[in-house]
Ligand binder design. Structure first.
Ligand code: 26V
Length: 840
């Protein structure tokens, strides 16, 4: 049986080596004498991929036979990172592969490092989708992802003279072994054109038809998603835009051959680049084209699969299909399905609409007004004339219902209308709510907030039951086992779980509590953290040439740069610390005394990308880098304080950074961060958190205990009032922060106008993100945590003073089980999708 041969590569070294050599010689056309790490990565990946595809084909066959309900997760972003290491872990063949590669003369880590990240996402939202597909497979659900196969992922960030410079991320430079191009799956997608009416002689009714003006082909690329500890291997289908073979004969006949070929070529631009904004909507036509292209192709595929088994038995459709909308980006799917059912399949409006609303559910990921999608009516009408009509009809029937329930409440009708009157635009979140049977937020606080703010009126119209919470999670396979193999091994040993079953049953971590007073265990725990810090220090050295001492506190903030996430608060506090240290030194206080009585040695580590058009965020990056230049060059300071900015933060760097942190910052203005998921990644790896009472920090605190987290700052309920006060009574800059502003203005960190906008936004523009209100609370929280961390350095083994810190670390990890994305997917399955795992 050939399939057994291929599959056995994961169990037998001989088979692996045989297949590896075959791939070097045939797939790559090279010889073993001329095989470098890159070629070894490609050959090894092809070998593993072959095994994966067998599981994948079997899974698809099994799912077709079982014919249960399938879940489709529609996301414009899947921030997958690297695939090879993850596949080795999920297929449980890491050791085997490591040894085989050794025998062939390669080192597994070097080989793994050859793989470029699949960076098809911006940040939290895209990484969440990646964790979800991992959990869907690992928990034996039948669940597909649908997205776009961008040729350019999120840009590569270079730091030049302290400024962010964007370089294109052409990640498909070498062939990608983890994708299966399905060139035979081609779906035509139309744009523009016009609507015409047709008399249907059979029914006597008038039928609407859309005649598209431009046609593009959607061609599938499939990424197999292996589950952990199961053969279940789901599919992530990403679409590529390709020109059709149809030719524009008018242009051709007019002799404009060049033009007609050029127009065809333009088709590919639809999937060429990921929009690099995070929490900001720019309203570009190409973005709307991406959305419709992806939605139309995915729905066509879903409907085709349904019809193959159930013909036109549309009543069954909601029993076979659940579609989750990852934010509002795929909301046109609601309209497209209604169009398919009414225009193409001939269903009555109401019957179609009841099917549509039973199928869709919508996840909201932000309350930030500037991120809420609104598309100009003109643009929608030009690009998708029939869809605009359907949107108007959906709105008409919806508002009629509102009028029936709340007669005469004209202001309510105005407020909930899907169409905004000026400027005339379609409010996608409203359309998504009206077209779905459930709407969820991503952490408790956030889910409560959307019910009382942006979606308040819809709670009144639909009732509170339509709105629910599913707190985000992360996959422990990648974020513990893969990122932190030593800690994962120690945990497996302590839980007496040699097969690492706890990775799909993360509640088991609770058992670690019994070792919290075990001296030897604490030492082992700490030694692993120290080792991970050394790895992080090596990464910092490689990327920035800055030396950081692994025995100091590693204080980390890595995430997209955004004013609401408040990297500016963090860097201002670093500046304050530096200035204070300098002042103490100038008064004759010695470094030793400072370490003992004021500040413990620490390295402040930053990382993250700014949207290319986001001036403020870029200014924050510039400030961090300039502050770093000054402090790191200051001979007096030594290892008491270092500031580094890690360029090009991405998934594979996060896998090194998260395990290497002592303390991480999740310090958004209360009420602005919907959930955050890196907070979970750090805590699961034994780092402590300094954070505001925001997003999932709230539930993390509940789970791990408030004595194990350093919370500070004003609460969400005070934010509105404080903002109001800033505007009407002025902003009060505390003395400590004033000292920082003075230093910046005295050009301690270079030309002052470079940073003027940052200070002005606080001093003169109402300090919208409450930096002044939380600044001293942040400094106080630091004082507290530094007492716990202890004052002098030391090596990995002798850290008696760290006892308290290490215990908090163990206690946290023991109680992080709730934040597995497996739990999260189970909640979606039970409360929203109404599906059960298949019995594999
Ligand atoms: C994304 C994009 C992508 C590019 C084009 C314009 C645009 C506009 C809006 C958005 C929505 C981004 C929302 C988002 O990323 N939210 C984050 O979702 C995470 C997962 O739920 C959550 O942990 C973060 O707190 C939240 O900020």
């Amino acid at each position: 049986q050939p399939s057994d041969t291929v599959k056995s590569v994961v169990d037998s070294k001989e088979k692996f080596e045989e297949e590896f050599v075959k791939h070097v010689e045939t797939s790559l056309g090279r010889s073993m004498y001329n095989c470098d790490d890159l070629a070894a990565y490609q050959a090894a990946s092809n070998t593993i991929r072959d095994a994966l595809i067998i599981d994948w084909a079997n899974t698809q066959q099994k799912q077709t036979i079982q014919d249960g309900k399938r879940v489709y997760y529609l996301s414009l972003e899947f921030l997958m990172g690297r695939a090879m290491d993850n596949a080795l872990i999920n297929l449980k063949c890491e050791n085997n592969t490591r040894q085989s590669l050794n025998e062939l003369g390669f080192n597994l880590e070097d080989v793994l490092n050859q793989e470029p990240d699949a960076a098809l996402g911006n940040g939290g939202l895209g990484r969440l989708a990646a964790c979800f597909v991992d959990s869907l497979s690992s928990k034996n659900y039948s669940g597909w992802g649908y997205g776009l196969n961008y040729q350019y992922g999120i840009f590569e960030q270079k730091i030049i003279d302290g400024y962010q410079i964007e370089a294109p991320d052409y990640w498909l430079k070498y062939s990608n072994p983890w994708v299966l191009d399905r060139n035979e799956i081609q779906i035509p997608v139309d744009f523009y054109g016009y609507v015409y009416e047709e008399h249907d002689p059979n029914t006597g009714k008038v039928k609407k038809n859309w005649n598209g003006g431009e046609r593009v082909l959607a061609v599938a690329s499939d990424f197999p998603i292996p589950g952990y500890n199961t053969d279940n291997t789901n599919n992530l289908r990403l679409w590529n835009a390709k020109p059709t073979n149809e030719f524009d004969f008018t242009k051709f006949n007019a002799g404009d051959y060049q033009q007609s070929v050029a127009a065809q070529q333009r088709a590919e631009s639809i999937t060429s680049v990921l929009y690099p904004n995070d929490n900001f909507e720019s309203g570009k036509e190409l973005r709307l084209k991406q959305q419709y292209f992806w939605v139309a192709a995915s729905l066509h595929d879903i409907v085709r699969r349904f019809k193959k088994q159930h013909k036109q038995n549309w009543k069954k459709f909601p029993d076979q299909v659940a579609i989750q909308l990852n934010d509002t980006h795929p909301t046109l799917a609601v309209v497209e399905l209604q169009r398919i059912l009414v225009d193409l399949e001939g269903l009555e409006w109401n019957e179609a609409w009841s099917i549509v609303t039973s199928v869709f559910a919508y996840t909201n990921h932000t309350v930030m007004a500037e991120a809420l999608e609104k598309w100009p009516v003109d643009l929608v009408g030009r690009l998708l004339p029939r869809h605009l009509e359907i949107i108007y009809d959906i709105n008409f029937f919806f508002l009629k219902e509102v009028e029936r329930k709340f007669p005469g409440d004209r202001d309510l009708i105005r407020r909930v209308s899907i169409i905004d009157e000026s400027p005339k635009s379609v409010k996608m979140a409203f359309l998504a709510i009206v077209g779905s049977h459930k709407v969820n937020g991503v952490a408790e606080l956030h889910s409560e907030l959307i019910k009382t703010t942006i979606f308040k009126d819809f709670v009144k119209v639909f009732g509170a039951e339509k709105f629910t919470n599913v707190t985000n999670g992360i996959t422990p396979r990648r974020w513990l086992r893969q990122a932190n193999p030593k800690l994962a091994a120690l945990i497996a040993e302590k839980l007496n779980d040699p097969e690492y079953d706890y990775l799909t049953n993360l509640g088991k971590l609770k058992q670690l509590e019994q070792f919290v007073d075990d001296e030897d265990f604490l030492k082992q725990w700490h030694a692993i953290k120290f080792d991970n810090k050394r790895k992080l220090a090596a990464l910092v050295k490689e990327l920035t040439d800055i030396d950081i001492d692994p025995s100091v506190l590693f204080d980390v903030q890595v995430k997209r740069i955004h004013e609401y996430k408040r990297q500016q608060l963090n860097i201002f506090a670093v500046i304050y610390r530096y200035l204070h240290i300098k002042e103490l030194l100038s008064k004759g206080v010695t470094i030793e005394e400072i370490k003992k009585n004021y500040y413990i040695p620490k390295a402040s580590i930053f990382g993250g990308k700014a949207a290319p058009g986001y001036y403020m965020a870029k200014t924050i990056i510039h400030l961090i880098n300039k502050v770093g230049e000054v402090i790191n060059a200051d001979k007096e300071i030594g290892n008491l304080l270092k500031v580094v900015f890690i360029p090009d933060y991405n998934v594979s760097k996060a896998e090194i950074i998260c395990p290497g942190s002592d303390l991480s910052n999740h310090i958004s203005t209360a009420g602005t961060e919907a959930s955050g998921t890196s907070n979970m990644k750090f805590a699961l790896n034994g780092g402590l958190i300094i954070g505001t009472v925001d997003g999932a920090n709230v539930e993390i605190t509940r789970e791990i205990g408030e004595e194990n987290i350093f919370l500070f700052g004003n609460l969400a309920e005070s934010v509105e009032e404080l903002r109001h006060k800033h505007v009407f009574e002025g902003v009060n800059v505390p003395e400590t922060l004033q000292v920082v502003f003075n230093a910046i203005e005295k050009e301690v960190f270079g030309p002052a106008d470079e940073f003027k906008s940052l200070i002005d936004s606080i001093r003169y523009h109402g300090d919208y993100y409450l930096v002044t209100d939380d600044f001293e609370l942040f400094l106080d929280a630091h004082k507290k945590l530094e007492k716990v961390y202890g004052h002098d350095g030391g090596d990995a083994t002798d850290r008696g003073h760290l006892q308290e810190w290490v215990k908090k670390s163990v206690w946290s990890v023991a109680n992080m089980g709730f934040f597995s994305s497996d739990r999260c997917i189970d909640e979606y399955a039970e409360n929203i999708w109404n599906v059960e795992p298949s019995n594999q």
